[in-house]
Each structure stands twice: as C-alpha cells, then as structure tokens.
Design a protein around this ligand. Structure first.
Ligand code: ADP
Ligand code: G6P
Length: 467
C-alpha cells in the first residue's frame, strides 16, 4: 500500500506524529514525541498497522513516509498556527480549562479562528488519505472540530474520537465562549471516548445544555443518527515494558543508578512533563518539609525529579519552570552537601531503557497531579516492578487512581496528608509492599493498551454498523 493511503485499515489523527523532527534541515533526524498519547498509541499501531496523520513538530512541508511499520502523513503548521492554534487555543485555553482551571485559561478570538482553520486542515488531509469506509480515530482536545468536518466531507467513514485529558464539569466548561461549536464538532463522531465515567457524564450534560441534543443513557440523537459516549480508560503496553525492565542491561543500569546516588536507603522519584497540572511544586513542598522536620535525611533519602521540557513558549510553563528550579535550588541549598544533592533535577528526555531503570531504582514513586486524565507514569512504574517492590504514592485526581486502588492515595493539596503517605510508603514492610504491588500489576496487565484499543474499536464498529 502506498504511504498515506488507507485500504480499510485504521487511520489515527492526532496533533502530533509519534515521532518529531529534530536538528536542522540538513542533518535532521527523528525522535519519539513527548507525552502519554504517543506512549499509548504507538504500540497499538505498531501491532495492527495503519496510518498516522499529525504534525511533525516543525514548519517543514514533508511528504508522507513509512516508519516503524506504519504510514506517517505529516501536517505542517506555520509559525502563526503554532502560536495561535497549538500554544494558544490548545494549550493556553483548552488545557487549563479542561484540567479544572489549575492554570488560568485565556480566551482570545484570534486563537479560536486558528483552531477552526487548523482543524479544517487536519480534516482535509484525512479526507484525502482515507480509503472508502475506513475507520478514523481522532485523538484529543486539539482536534475536537475534526469529527464534524470529516463527516461533512466523507459520510462513508467510521469516526471515533478519544479525549486523553479530563472533560470538565458544567460550570467550568460553560465559560468557553465557543462551547456550542466545540460540542457540535464532536457530535460528528460515531463514538466519543473519555478516560472516566465522570468525564463522559460531564460531556453529556454539556451537550444537552449547549447543543440542545436529546440523550438517552450513553446515546445521543443527532440529526436522525445515534452517537455513543463512553468511558475507555487508557493504558500502556505492560508486557513490553515488563520485558524491557527484566533485561540484564536494565537491571545493571538500575544498580548503577543506585550506586551513583550513593546507595541511599530510600530513593523517591517523580517523572512528569514540566506541566502545572502535575503538582510538582506541591510534591516538592511535602518533600522539603519532611527534610526540614528530619523525617527524611539526605543522603539516606534522595529525590530524583525528571521533568521533561514541555510547551516552553507558553507563559505559564515558563513561570512554572522558574518556580520549580527555585524550589529545587532552595532544598539543595538547605539540605545538600558536596557531592550529595537532596534533589537530582533532570530537565530532559530519556530513552525508554533509562526510564525503566529509573522506575526500578525508585523505592517511592511520587505521582501527585492536581488533575490528570489518566497518568501513564503510574502504570509504567507498576509494570516495571516485577520484583514486587516499591511503593506508589498517587493523587486521587488522576484517572489511574480509579484502577490502582492499592496505591497510597493522596489529595495533593493536602501537604500534611501527602507527607504522611510518603512516610508510610517509605516504611512499609516488604510483605505489604508485595501485596499492594501484585494487586496493581494484575490490573495493569489485564487492562493493557491493546485491550483498550480493541474495546474502543469494537464499540465503534458496533455503533457504525447500527447507523
Ligand atoms: P502526559 O501525557 O500528560 O505527559 P503521562 O504520565 O500520561 O502524562 O505520560 C507521560 C509519558 O511520557 C510516559 O510514557 C512517560 O514515560 C514519558 N516521559 C515522561 N518524562 C519523560 C522523559 N524525561 N523522557 C522520556 N519519556 C518521558
Ligand atoms: C498530553 C496530551 C497529548 C500531548 C502530550 C504532549 O499527553 O494529552 O495530546 O501530545 O501531552 O504535549 P505536546 O503539547 O508536547 O504535544
């Protein structure tokens, strides 16, 4: 099959391709794109084949090409698109609004115009790339208008959409000046998927309130057609990660990391995109107080905080970086010694092998988002711990908390509660740790990302057949 065409197989449409272009035009290469969407979907397409339509991370106009067993169709974004559609409407309006206003959403009419324009471009590229009757799976908040635009151009397609982030409650969503248009864009799909039941219920309420549609349970009536809305909690390729974490080289690397850290009794770990939804400052505050009060004492305890650079031109992200780096500096100034930092702060991306070794090194994994659609880091940690050791401290405001009930669940706004959970996690007995980890591993291995994709696509087929 020629690159960029789909003969009835799956077509994924996401803001980003699974790989992004790095380096200058003449020495350009590719690396894995950041974030959970790519972590989850790449193994699905690698296994099943298909086409992936998305932005290449640059303003270059690239031709469709094949890599990693699937076809990639790049969509180019100009500097203005990047500023207004990506950094503006997607990440300074929708992202904070949909994450319960943990950041302040900015409403700019120019950004909305760009969002409509770029969504139309994605729909046009998709309409041209799809064979008759193809299944199209649109991803995430950046592309909410694509389902209706695509249906207008290609009524023969099966269209699903999945939201990787939360869908907010009615009062918060209602602030959006373009709330009706966004809902009408989504209503073009046959199936709308959300992470949690609450997200699906929030959407249904918004659809009734702002697009005057009739809903019956999870079914929405639109123009004589039925559309289904449901919860499909996303996951990871647990087996692949478990295998990676079991290789001799990963085990050796984990031992080396522990030695490099000075053989502490307790290694705490945070792994996040540097995003204000992740609760990094709240976590640092709790850790800093535990050090101040002598509950944890470097060099016996040490925190490794991996913070992947993210959306670096958006103002709130710049402010967050300054604050996080200020607090890390303060904690190290107060509690570090020469050659013995209290916080090891790493602001860059790492290969999967290194991430697996880090997870194996961590006695206490800190996942403390103020709001998160799912949080795959929590599931990755569990998938790597074939030794049934380690403890997961997990915010109840993540989708993952619905499934990983044996974690030390916390409210990240409650600093004392978080400190208590960290203390308990650091001191639990090996038998208790194994019991918790076994139960969490069972869940992550049963409901892996292949199960998620099969469930979503199975439901999409049923809805589209009944159309
Ligand atoms: P989000 O999608 O909001 O970024 P998730 O926790 O769901 O949050 O997914 C983050 C993904 O990015 C995980 O697969 C994680 O392993 C990966 N990741 C995070 N930080 C890094 C890093 N510094 N290097 C490589 N991968 C990273
Ligand atoms: C989250 C979003 C994804 C996004 C990723 C990385 O996972 O749900 O849609 O791709 O973050 O963010 P970025 O803005 O770099 O694509």
């Amino acid at each position: 099959m020629a690159p960029g065409t789909s003969g009835g197989s799956l077509v994924v449409v996401a803001n980003r391709l699974p790989v992004e272009r790095v380096g200058g035009r003449h020495e350009a290469g590719w690396r894995t794109s950041p974030g959970g969407l790519v972590t989850a979907l790449a193994p699905v397409l690698e296994r099943n084949g298909g086409t992936w339509i998305g932005w290449s991370g640059t303003d270059e106009r690239l031709q469709p090409f094949s890599a990693e067993g699937f076809n990639l169709v790049p969509v180019s974004l100009s500097h203005a698109d990047l500023a207004d559609y990506y950094e503006g409407f997607s990440n300074a309006t929708l992202w904070p609004l949909y994450h319960d206003v943990t950041g302040r959403p900015v409403f700019e009419r120019r950004w909305w115009d760009a969002y409509v324009r770029v969504n139309q471009r994605f729909a046009d590229v998709t309409a041209a790339a799809c064979a008759g009757g193809a299944t199209v799976w649109v991803q995430d908040y950046q592309l909410q208008l694509v389902p209706a635009m695509l249906r207008r151009a290609r009524p023969d397609l099966r269209i699903g959409w999945f939201n990787h982030i939360p869908f907010p409650g009615y009062e918060i969503y209602s602030r959006l000046p373009w709330r009706r248009q966004v809902i009408e864009g989504l209503l073009g799909a046959d199936l709308l998927g959300f992470q949690r039941r609450d997200d699906a219920a929030n959407f249904l309420r918004a659809a009734r309130g702002h697009a005057a549609v009739v809903t019956r349970g999870s079914v929405v009536e639109v123009g004589g057609r039925q559309l289904r809305v449901g919860a499909f909690p996303i996951s990871i390729d647990a087996r692949a990660l478990d295998e990676l974490a079991s290789t001799q080289s990963t085990l050796d690397r984990a031992r080396q990391l522990r030695a490099d850290l000075g053989h502490p009794r307790v290694v705490l770990l945070g792994v996040d995109r540097l995003d204000y939804t992740k609760g990094i400052l709240h976590r640092l505050r709790a850790y800093g107080e535990l050090l101040d009060e002598g509950d944890l004492k470097p060099p016996e305890a040490v925190l490794v905080q991996v913070a992947t650079p993210s959306r670096e031109r958006v103002e709130e992200y710049q402010r967050l970086r300054d604050e996080v780096e200020g607090v890390v500096g303060r904690i190290n100034g107060d509690h570090g010694r020469v050659g013995q930092a209290a916080v090891h702060y790493l602001h860059r991306s790492f290969p999967r092998e290194e991430m697996a070794a880090l997870y194996l090194t961590a006695d206490v994994m800190l996942v403390t988002p103020l709001r998160d659609g799912m949080n795959l880091v929590a599931k990755e940690y569990v998938a790597c711990r074939h030794d049934e050791r380690g403890a997961l401290v997990l915010s109840e405001f993540t989708g993952a908390a619905d499934e990983l009930r044996q974690a030390f669940l916390i409210n990240p706004w409650d600093i004392d509660g978080t400190k208590e959970a960290i203390r308990r996690a650091a001191h639990q007995s090996p038998a208790a740790a194994a019991r918790r980890m076994r139960a969490m591993r069972r869940r992550v291995f049963e409901d892996d990302v292949h199960h998620w994709a099969a469930t979503f696509l199975g439901a999409l087929e049923m809805v589209a057949e009944g159309r």
